[in-house]
Design a protein around this ligand. Structure first.
Ligand code: PYC
Length: 304
């Protein structure tokens, strides 16, 4: 299995070029469902240690249905198949550029959440125009032991997010273990009522002079996003727009918990949401061939 690894603002993406399971040629939503329900062992073997690593998101390349797209892609982490992935799409565009498959300028990519556009500015810099994103509920309160009442918005940006504007824990690298624990508690409390939330985001003040805010993003596999999270930033843009806190075309700089940044803005969407624009940078780190030896006791990954 040939793979190319990159990172976007510190968050790794492994693009799988060949050797994935046959998912058929139906709509990407159906192929993603098939991957999730019938091939968990395959996707965990690629992403889990020792072959992968805890923060990694994989991008399985598939034939697109839409002939205008340069590729189709299905993203997954160790726990879940994702509808879309912003950092992964920036990493994928930089990888396709590195391979000589695309050049500078705009290209369409098909994901299970819909068709997105990447505008490749240089070898490392990409702007993603995501699918229409929307706030679905605001002021949703949950009681969390040790934290008290936590209030946030539920929003969709290609994945489902619960977004807390004023983090119950300081959003700094030193607090990552507590942030992780608090976000897991929040996700479990919310999903005890209704299984919908796959990511939780806590927002705090920016640490840089030009930053709008800094975020901590908990992913489905309980790893935190090293990047500011493209789909999470899309959901957040929808919330800011719905609350009248950000105008169409206004640009903000979003910091991740480790200090990497995206430039974000939106235009109004046709269905009342927002069309997010996410600009970030990725670097290719490795081109490898993964080997799955029959005699390797951990060929399926370490599952504890
Ligand atoms: O950038 O959308 C994103 C993302 C989702 C999970 C990790 N990164």
């Amino acid at each position: 299995m040939h793979v190319i690894d990159s990172h976007t603002g510190g968050e790794p993406t492994r693009v799988i070029l060949d050797g994935g399971p046959d998912l058929g040629s139906g709509p990407l939503t159906e192929r993603a469902k098939k991957l999730a329900t019938e091939h968990k062992a395959f996707y965990q073997s690629v992403v889990l240690e020792p072959r992968g690593q805890v923060a990694m998101v994989c991008a399985l390349l598939v034939e697109p249905v839409d002939p205008d797209c340069v590729t189709g892609v299905i993203y997954f982490d160790a726990e879940a198949v994702l509808g879309m992935c912003g950092h992964g799409t920036i990493g994928l565009a930089v990888t396709l550029m590195h391979m000589g498959k695309i050049g500078l300028g705009p290209h369409k990519i098909e994901t299970p959440a819909g068709v997105v556009t990447v505008d490749v500015k240089d070898a490392n810099t990409v702007t993603v125009t995501n699918i229409e994103s929307r706030r679905v509920e605001s002021g949703v309160a949950v009681e969390i032991e040790g934290l008290g009442t936590v209030t946030g918005d539920i929003a969709y940006g290609g994945n489902w997010f619960y977004i807390v504007d004023s983090s119950p824990v300081p959003v700094t690298p030193a607090h990552i273990p507590e942030l992780t624990q608090a976000a897991i508690q929040v996700r479990e409390a919310l999903n005890a009522k209704e299984e919908r939330i796959d990511h939780v985001i806590f927002y705090g003040p920016a640490l840089s002079e030009n930053g709008h805010s800094r975020n901590f993003v908990l992913c489905p596999d309980d790893a935190y996003d090293r990047s500011p999270c493209g789909t999470g930033s899309s959901a957040r843009l929808a919330c800011l727009a719905a609350a009248g806190q950000l105008s169409e075309g206004e640009e903000i700089i979003q910091e991740s918990v480790i200090g990497s940044t995206y430039r974000l803005s939106y235009t109004a969407g046709p269905k009342g949401g927002v069309i997010p624009s996410i600009s970030g940078q990725a670097w290719v780190m490795a081109e490898s061939k993964l080997i799955f030896a029959e005699t390797d006791p951990f060929r399926a990954g370490i599952t504890l």
